[in-house]
Write a protein that binds this ligand. Structure first.
Ligand SMILES: C[S@@+](CC[C@H](N)C(=O)[O-])C[C@H]1O[C@@H](n2cnc3c(N)ncnc32)[C@H](O)[C@@H]1O
Length: 416
């Protein structure tokens, strides 16, 4: 049995890696906030949710740093839903209609999840029977019938797709998921093997690259001569976002880079795909919490990301600055370039919705940073916010609020 496999009885478990821990924390943080955001909205909040863990694994890992068990993605999703409900102060599990679908190609992994891990984590036989569905098979073979049922079930669906390789999820399936009315994906996208394939032009993978990933015409500049340039990682990330935006047809794509220990290459991205601006905002908050990259240089190259602390120690890089404080000021200065230019360029002002739509995917700032930036510009007397035709001093903004240059400054700026 390989180190990444689960035995049916849970006696043999894979060892958890620091990157996987960061991935799990982002996932659970996001799911909890998703439930809080969508379910808490009083009586009319959304009640039907389906979580599809497409490469679920056996549910538990061994953590050598504590010599204890570490919960895998299926358990983290289920517990985060429970926490989200409790925090929203609504009853759980009723009236919430939540269903979990777990897919894996290995019988022993599903057995470990169902018969060992879920019990270890405290889920009852009855809860598992009523809320969980287990599907054994290759993801691409199983997904069509799952999607058919989801189309009938409706509600919100979150897909967590966490394969080992890059050819197990087709672009055509990503589009099918997108065609469900309220769906989003968190996808572990193995960029390093893809980059190596592109650099070496390994013909054995060409058909997967063209037909499964539909990536012909993307990553064209990724040549061996470019590998050492710092802009290379930035290029790969931008091309990945372009590919999933164009071919996956999701409106909003954002990435979190998982960087290999001691190297500067990204092993994989956690890509979030959604059609909803609020979902993107909530995900950026979750990314922010797990980000260990310092501002400016790394943000420009990788966006948010994770690199274990040992990297900084081994390379004797002094972490004397507070990463988050530096990152906060970087985000605000980035907004000055992007949002500042948008507001200053529009004589009649621009809605907060438009500002967010145009810039949320091009910088690491979260909604909190947008509000802070706009507050600073208002306090400096540069901008004003118009709500229902009147100036408002409210700190929180509505999407329909108009941000415009303060009247006196406008006269000066737009005088012809
Ligand atoms: C990275 S592990 C999943 C880890 C799990 N998501 C977690 O975070 O706890 C990948 C899993 O995908 C399964 N797998 C590999 N190829 C698959 C395929 N084509 N379809 C479905 N499952 C597959 C493997 O058996 C393995 O359990």
């Amino acid at each position: 049995m390989s180190q990444s496999e689960w035995s049916s009885d849970g006696k043999s478990l894979p060892i958890i890696e620091p990157h996987t821990k960061a991935k799990h924390k982002i996932l659970e943080e996001y799911v909890e906030n998703l439930i809080l955001t969508l379910y808490k909205k009083g009586r009319y909040g959304l009640k039907t949710f389906t979580f599809i863990d497409g490469f679920c694994g056996g549910g538990m890992y061994h953590d050598p740093s504590t010599n204890e068990l570490w919960e895998g993605s299926p358990l983290r999703i289920m517990k985060a839903v429970e926490r989200g409900c409790q925090k929203s102060r609504r009853k759980y599990p009723q009236p919430l209609d939540v269903k979990y679908i777990f897919i894996d190609s290995k019988t022993s992994h599903l057995e470990c999840l169902k018969n060992f891990s879920m019990h270890q984590a405290g889920f009852s036989e009855e809860f598992i029977r009523e809320n969980c569905q287990f599907e054994k098979g290759e993801f691409e073979n199983v997904i069509n019938s799952v999607l058919l049922n989801l189309g009938l079930r409706k509600g919100h669906s979150l897909f967590f797709l966490d394969p080992f390789g890059w050819s197990h999820v087709s672009m055509s399936t990503i589009r099918k998921i997108n065609s469900l009315s309220k769906s989003e994906i968190i996808y572990t996208y193995m960029i390093d093997p893809i980059a190596r394939f592109i650099e070496q032009r390994n013909d054995a993978q060409l058909s997967n690259f063209q037909n499964i990933l539909e990536a012909d015409g993307y990553y064209l500049q990724a040549k061996p001569s470019m590998i050492k340039s710092p802009e290379y990682q930035c290029y790969l990330r931008n091309e990945t976002m372009r590919l999933f935006r164009d071919k996956g047809r999701f409106n909003y794509i954002f990435t979190f880079s998982l960087i290999s220990r001691g190297f500067t290459r990204v092993i994989y991205y956690l890509i979030h795909m959604s059609n909803n601006l609020t979902a993107l905002e909530v995900m950026k908050e979750s990314f922010w919490k797990e980000n260990t990259l310092d501002y400016e240089y790394y943000f420009e190259l990788y966006g948010y990301g994770f690199r274990s602390i040992d990297f900084y120690q081994e390379n004797q890089i002094d972490l004397k600055f507070d990463i988050n404080q530096g990152n906060e000021s970087f985000c605000i200065s980035k907004l000055d370039n992007e949002v500042g230019a948008l507001v200053e360029g529009s004589q009649d002002g621009i809605s907060f919705q438009e500002i967010s739509e145009q810039t949320m995917q091009t910088n690491p700032a979260s909604r909190k940073h947008y509000l802070e930036y706009l507050k600073q510009r208002r306090e400096a007397g540069d901008f004003e916010i118009i709500r229902d035709g009147k100036i408002t001093n409210s700190r929180d903004l509505k999407r329909t609020d108009i941000v415009r240059i303060q009247r006196n400054k406008q006269l000066f700026l737009f005088r012809f």
